[in-house]
Ligand binder design. Structure first.
Ligand SMILES: [Cu+2]
Length: 120
């Protein structure tokens, strides 16, 4: 019984630890579109504690939800005011997943966004 309680306390600590990076709010402002051979902008907004977070460095890894097209790696340009821009030429329209991984002030943040890509 004591072991179980210790285990639960440990789990709570681990969960609290994971939550420390969650003061980042990541949202997709503009999803890319799809048209063969063309690149489209991808715009992401990041807030930290509710305020625009500038100066962040992160990478987005794009994958299709239900199909294997490999992973597209996107780097973003800091436009200021929490807005980050990139562009991508996608292989097809449909449901895509962006895994966003970055770091700020020594703490890592991670965010997953699922979005729909429309055919232009
Ligand atoms: Cu596909």
């Amino acid at each position: 019984m004591k072991k179980l309680i210790a285990g639960i306390l440990l789990l709570m600590l681990v969960l609290a630890g994971c939550g420390s990076g969650s003061d980042f709010e990541v949202s997709l402002k503009e999803a890319p579109k799809y048209k063969a051979g063309e690149s489209f902008p991808v715009v992401i907004e990041i807030l930290q504690n509710g305020k625009p977070a500038s100066g962040l460095e992160f990478t987005a890894y794009l994958e299709m939800a239900k199909m294997d097209h490999g992973t597209l790696e996107l780097n973003f340009e800091d436009k200021g005011n929490g807005i980050y821009e990139s562009s991508v030429e996608l292989p097809m329209a449909g449901e895509w997943i962006a895994n966003i991984e970055g770091a700020a002030d020594g703490s890592a943040f991670e965010h997953v966004i699922t979005f729909e890509v429309e055919k232009e």
